[in-house]
Design a binder for this molecule. Structure first.
Ligand SMILES: [Zn+2]
Length: 429
C-alpha cells in the first residue's frame, strides 16, 4: 500500500470539521524546531518524578532517529520508552513482510541510539492477532494497543456531530467496553497485552470538545471505577497536549497517591509483575488440625497476596488473607478441581486469572469442579461469573502486588517533536 492510500484511509476516519480543528491545533502544539516539545517533555517528566512516578512514552522510531539526544536525556531521568512503529502508519494496511521490515528498522534505530525498549504500541492502536504473533518473534515483553472504553458521564451534553466523531474513532480502535470485560493485562502468544483506557486526551479534547473540568471528572471517574473493580487504568496523555492538561493530570495523580492502595507503575513494571504472578504457584495441603495450609513458590512469592472468595447476599466478595502462610478452615479444598481431559487453554486461563486449581481427585471435595475442556475465549466472562458465584470459599491470587487494590500507568505517545516530524510521520525510509 502506498503512502497516499495510507493517509487517505486515516482521513476517512475523521470528519472535515475534526480535520480542520486538528490542523489548527498542530500549529499550537508543535514548534518549527524541537525546542518547544523538548521543554514540554521535561515539564511532563518533572511533574511525574516529583511524585516518584515513572511514565512510559511510546515513540515512533523515526522521531528517535531525528532527535536522539532528547530521548537519551529523558531516559537518564528514568523515563521508560517503547516502540510506536517505525513510521506512524496504520500497520493493518501493509503486508506482514513489510511490517517485519518496519519492526527491524525500528529496533535498529532504538539500539543504535541506546534507547531501551520492552514494549510496543501500534500507531492508531490498530493491529490484528497476526501482528502480535510477529511481535513475539522479537524481544518484546508487552504490547499496549488493546482499547478499553469507559462510559461517559451522562451529565455532559455532547452534540450529535461530536458523538458521531467519537463513534467513528472508537470503531477504528475496535474497542472492548468496560461493562463487558475487566481492564487487566493478558498473555497472548508470549506477549503481554496491556489495555489502554479511552477516552484519552485526544478523544476528550478534539473529538468531544471537553474542557479541563469535564476532563478531570471523566478521568477521576475511571480512576474510581478501576479502583472499585481492582482493574488497571492505563492513561494516555499525548505530550503535545501536556501544557493544556497539566493541572488535570496533577490533580488526578494527587488523588491516586493519596489513596495509597493504587499501584502507580510503568508498563514494563506491570508486565514483569504479571508474568511473575503467572509463574507463581501456590500449594494447598491438608494440615493436621483440619485446616488447609497454603505455601507459595515462584518469582512473585514474596509480593503475592491471596484472596478468598466467599458468597455473601448472592454477591461474591474477595477478601485478602492476612498472610500467605495463613491456614484456612473449610471442609472442601478451597481450589477448583479440574476434570480431565484438561486443555492447555483452560490451565492458561486459570493461571492468568489467578484461581488455584488442581486435577480433580475422586476422593476429594472441592470448592467447585469444572470440566477441563470447557474453556474458550468466547465463554471467558461466563466462566468467570460461574466461578465467582461459587458458594464455598475459593482461593485466588490477587491481581496486584503487596497491598495494592488497583493500578494506574501514565503513558503518552510521542508522535513528533516538531511540526516537520508531525507532517512527515507517514514517510521516511
Ligand atoms: Zn501515535
Amino acid at each position: 500500500m502506498n503512502n497516499f492510500t495510507l493517509i487517505r484511509d486515516r482521513f476517512r476516519a475523521r470528519s472535515l470539521k475534526y480535520t480542520c480543528f486538528r490542523f489548527v491545533n498542530l500549529f499550537r502544539h508543535y514548534g518549527m524546531t524541537p525546542a518547544m516539545i523538548a521543554q514540554v517533555l521535561d515539564d511532563f517528566v518533572r511533574l511525574l518524578t516529583i511524585r516518584n512516578i515513572c511514565p512510559t512514552f511510546p515513540v515512533t522510531a523515526m522521531i528517535v532517529h531525528r532527535h536522539p539526544q532528547i530521548f537519551q536525556r529523558l531516559q537518564d531521568k528514568g523515563v521508560e520508552f517503547a516502540i510506536h512503529g517505525y513510521r506512524h502508519i496504520d500497520y493493518t494496511q501493509i503486508s506482514s513482510g513489510e511490517f517485519r521490515t518496519h519492526i527491524e528498522k525500528a529496533i535498529h534505530i532504538f539500539r543504535n541510539n541506546s534507547i531501551h525498549y520492552k514494549g510496543f504500541r501500534f500507531p492508531f492502536l490498530r493491529r490484528t492477532p497476526k501482528h502480535i504473533q510477529c511481535l513475539s518473534e522479537y524481544d518484546f515483553l508487552w504490547d499496549s494497543s488493546e482499547v478499553i472504553s469507559w462510559p461517559l458521564p451522562s451529565v455532559f451534553p455532547i452534540s450529535d456531530m461530536r458523538r458521531h466523531d467519537y463513534q467513528q474513532i472508537i470503531h477504528t480502535y475496535q474497542v472492548q467496553k468496560s461493562q463487558n470485560i475487566l481492564s487487566l493485562p493478558w498473555i497472548f502468544r508470549d506477549i503481554l497485552e496491556i489495555p489502554v483506557s479511552v477516552p484519552d486526551d485526544d478523544i476528550l479534547s478534539e473529538r468531544l470538545g471537553m474542557n479541563v473540568q469535564e476532563m478531570h471528572k471523566i478521568w477521576r471517574q475511571i480512576l474510581e471505577e478501576t479502583y472499585e473493580r481492582g482493574d488497571l487504568f492505563v492513561l494516555q496523555l499525548h505530550p503535545e497536549r501536556f501544557l493544556i492538561y497539566r493541572s488535570v493530570l496533577a490533580r488526578l495523580l494527587n488523588v491516586a497517591c493519596r489513596m495509597e492502595t493504587i499501584w502507580i507503575a510503568s508498563l514494563s513494571e506491570i508486565a514483569r509483575w504479571w508474568k511473575d504472578r503467572y509463574n507463581t504457584v501456590c500449594d494447598v495441603t491438608a494440615g493436621d488440625s483440619g485446616a488447609w495450609k497454603i505455601h507459595s513458590r515462584g518469582p512473585a512469592a514474596s509480593r503475592i497476596r491471596l484472596g478468598v472468595c466467599r458468597l455473601k447476599e448472592n454477591k461474591s466478595r474477595w477478601t485478602a488473607l492476612p498472610s500467605l502462610e495463613y491456614n484456612i478452615n473449610t471442609v472442601d479444598k478451597p481450589v477448583i478441581g479440574i476434570l480431565p481431559p484438561i486443555k492447555k487453554e483452560m490451565i492458561d486461563f486459570l493461571r492468568q486469572e489467578g484461581y488455584l486449581f488442581e486435577e480433580a481427585r475422586k476422593d476429594q471435595a472441592y470448592a467447585m469442579r469444572m470440566a477441563g475442556d470447557s474453556y474458550s475465549v468466547k465463554k471467558k466472562q461466563v466462566i468467570i461469573r460461574k466461578i465467582e458465584s461459587v458458594n464455598k470459599p475459593l482461593l485466588k491470587l490477587h491481581y496486584w502486588p503487596d497491598a495494592y487494590q488497583s493500578a494506574i500507568s501514565v503513558t503518552g505517545d510521542v508522535d513528533g517533536v516538531d511540526f516537520w516530524d508531525y507532517c512527515t510521520r507517514f514517510y521516511g525510509k
